[in-house]
Structures are given as structure tokens and as C-alpha cells.
Design a protein around this ligand. Structure first.
Ligand code: ADP
Ligand code: MG
Length: 371
């Protein structure tokens, strides 16, 4: 199976940036992402047997499995695609064998959710050939299960929801408990600002080990000790009991404090965006980054330097985005300041002898759909 010829690209699903709400999604909290222009595209053709063949232009590999695939059969990148086949079959849908081609311009492992772009675009393609009839929420749910239960990545549902519900010019305020999605305008471009992504190129999937899973377990333990369903249900003063409740209570206290304060920041950030107070939004970026660096400990030297350099160049505020342990930071920058901010980021990385960071601006773009 070769990259070309293949049928026309049929479906696409975007990556995302998250403006606020890191590691709040698996704590039943709020998140505030938007879908970006970068996306994964999928082409599909139906086979007359039950093989599933998957080709990625990025890996330049073809992986073969069957429609009856189950977790463990396929590892590596192709698991994000095979996992969607598995999740749909688990739900009782009959799928034909297929050849699937994938091409994506979402930077991989950069914290911009190339994985959800891949799994959501695959879900749309399979929904079509299997005549499944999924709605947007259904696509996100199947894609999330593929990542959680087939790939084994214990992520929350933000990335998939952002990818399916994205809209041009709009951010998404998502309540991950009710799964309610509220679109709200993100007018920063009209107001003379840009959102700069600083991809540190220190890939989180290489660096994090089981950092993400550890944080998730720590949050679950904190909730258990506080006898609540999720950290969504507690306030900062209520966390003060944690240090006495367990040997590692001091650490759990800091972890929980990040989640609870970050949750509040999501709601405040959404409100400040509605009133177009970008200085206040950017201040929240900076506070959020400190919380992730000091309390949740998911930042990295590269991410800390990226944020500090952006701010020294005149960015209004900056924070890491995504799961952490590497990946990307975002900075809110007045357009006339962009050149200086970029220069400061490049200089800071050069001074450390790190790879040059990838710098680009993003705007809210449309969500997953047919091409
Ligand atoms: P992120 O979602 O932030 O980019 P993840 O670690 O969640 O990072 O997902 C990255 C993984 O997704 C890659 O390691 C790879 O397995 C898979 N992936 C994403 N896009 C592609 C693609 N176009 N081709 C092959 N694999 C991809
Ligand atoms: Mg991902």
C-alpha cells in the first residue's frame, strides 16, 4: 500500500490548543480549548475481505490488522486507528475491511493533539463506510475509548471534544462532567493580538514515561481521601486536610490545589474573554503556568524557558498547553510585538544549546468533518 494513488481525502479532524484547564478533564472539571487549522486527513476504500490496512504518510509505514482486532494486537502509531475499529465493533457495529490512508500536519507529540486528530478523523471515515450514524459526541466518545482502552493512553476527553466541536473564530467552554459544550467567540485577532505556539520539540511522548498516569492516580487518591467523586467537587480551603490524611498528603495537596485553582481559572478566563480583557486573560496564563510548574510539576525546562522568553519579549502572558512534560507553550502577544517575542524565544533556546523551537500562530478553526 503506497501513499498514492489513494482515493480522495474524505475526512479531516483538527488538533487543538488549550487556553486554560490542564489536567482538569479527568477530574470532571472545565476546559477551554479551540480547534486549530492543522489537521489529520483520512482517505478510505472498502475491501472485500476483513483486513484493515493503515498507511501513514508521516511514518511512511503500512500496518495490517483485521476488523476483529482487539487491544494488544497493534502497537505504536497504528493503534490510534485500529483502536477506533475495535471501539466501533465493541459497540456492535459491523464494519467492512478497509484500506485507510492518513496524512496530518498537526505536529506529532507536541501537545497539540495529533492523536485525537488521527482518531477522530478515522472515526468519521469508519462511521461513513460502516453506516454507523454517529453524531459529534459519538465520534469523540469512540475516539476517546480508542486512545484509553486500545492504545492505553489514560487521557481525558478534552482533545476529542475540541476536535469534533471546533468552530472558526470560537473557543469551546466544556464541562467535562455533563459534556456540555458552549461555543464562545475568541476575538483576540480582531483586537490586534496573536496566539503564538512555541513547540519546544522536546516530545512529551518520549519524555513523560508514566507522568500523566501518575498525576491521574494522584488526583483520584486525593478525591478518595476527601470523600468526593472528583476534585471538581472541592474548594481550596477543603484541601487543607490532605496533608494529615496520607503519608504523601503534602504532594497530593499541591496536585489537588492545581486542579481546583485551574478549574476556577477556566471559568474566569472564559469570562474575561467574553469581555475582551486580554491583559486579564494573559495574567491567567501566567498564573496557570506557575501552578503547573510548581504544584502539579508537569512543566519542563524548555517550557519554562519558552514562557519566560516570550514574556521578556513583551508577550502579555504565556503558559504550557496540553498534558505537559514537554510539548508546546502558548503566548498571547500584541501583533506588533510578535517579532521581538519570536526573537527572544529563539535566542533563549540557542543560548541553552537546545533544538530551535517551532514558532507559529494559530486561530480557532472548524472542527472535524467531511472534506
Ligand atoms: P499529541 O496528541 O499531543 O500529538 P500524543 O502522544 O497523544 O501527542 O500522540 C502522538 C502519537 O499519535 C504519535 O506518537 C503517533 O503514535 C500518533 N500519531 C499522531 N498523528 C499521527 C500520524 N499522522 N501518523 C502516525 N501516527 C500519528
Ligand atoms: Mg494526544
Amino acid at each position: 500500500m503506497t501513499p498514492a494513488p489513494h482515493p480522495p481525502w474524505g475526512w479531516a479532524a483538527p488538533g487543538r490548543v488549550n487556553l486554560m484547564g490542564e489536567h482538569t478533564d479527568y477530574n470532571d472539571g472545565f476546559v477551554l480549548p479551540f480547534a486549530i487549522g492543522q489537521r489529520a486527513k483520512v482517505a478510505v476504500s472498502v475491501r472485500d475481505d476483513d483486513l484493515v490496512r493503515i498507511h501513514s504518510r508521516q511514518t511512511d509505514e503500512t500496518v495490517e490488522t483485521a476488523t476483529s482486532t482487539s487491544p494488544g494486537d497493534v502497537g505504536g502509531w497504528a493503534a490510534y486507528v485500529a483502536g477506533v475499529v475495535w471501539a466501533l465493533r465493541e459497540d456492535g457495529h459491523r464494519l467492512p475491511g478497509v484500506d485507510l490512508w492518513v496524512d496530518s500536519d498537526v505536529p506529532i507529540g507536541a501537545g497539540l493533539s495529533s492523536s485525537a486528530a488521527l482518531s477522530c478523523s478515522t472515526a468519521l471515515a469508519l462511521d461513513h463506510v460502516g453506516e454507523v450514524g454517529l453524531d459529534r459526541a459519538g465520534v469523540a466518545e469512540v475516539a476517546r475509548r480508542a486512545e484509553n482502552d486500545y492504545v492505553g493512553a489514560p487521557t481525558g476527553v478534552m482533545d476529542q471534544l475540541a476536535s469534533v466541536h471546533g468552530r472558526e473564530g470560537q473557543a469551546l467552554l466544556i464541562d467535562t462532567r455533563s459534556l456540555e459544550v458552549q461555543h464562545q467567540p475568541a476575538h483576540f485577532v480582531e483586537d490586534g493580538l496573536v496566539l503564538l505556539v512555541i513547540d519546544t520539540r522536546a516530545s512529551h511522548s518520549l519524555a513523560d514515561g508514566d507522568g500523566y498516569a501518575t498525576r491521574r492516580r494522584e488526583c483520584e487518591r486525593a478525591a478518595e481521601l476527601l470523600e468526593v467523586d472528583a476534585l471538581r467537587d472541592v474548594t481550596v480551603p477543603e484541601l487543607a486536610r490532605l496533608p494529615e490524611l496520607a503519608d504523601d498528603g503534602e504532594v497530593l495537596h499541591r496536585r489537588a490545589r492545581h486542579v481546583v485553582t485551574e478549574n476556577d481559572r477556566v471559568l474566569e478566563c472564559a469570562e474575561q474573554m467574553r469581555s475582551r480583557d486580554w491583559v486579564a486573560v494573559a495574567d491567567l496564563f501566567t498564573t496557570s503556568h506557575a501552578s503547573m510548574r510548581d504544584d502539579f510539576e508537569i512543566s519542563s525546562d524548555e517550557l519554562d524557558s519558552a514562557c519566560a522568553a516570550a514574556e521578556s519579549g513583551g508577550a502579555l502572558g504565556a503558559r504550557m498547553t496540553g498534558g505537559g512534560f514537554g510539548g508546546s507553550a502558548i503566548a498571547l502577544v500584541r501583533r506588533e510585538q510578535l517579532g521581538t517575542v519570536r526573537g527572544c524565544c529563539l535566542a533563549a533556546f540557542a543560548a541553552e544549546g537546545w533544538d530551535e523551537p517551532r514558532l507559529f500562530t494559530v486561530e480557532p478553526a472548524a472542527g472535524a468533518g467531511p472534506l
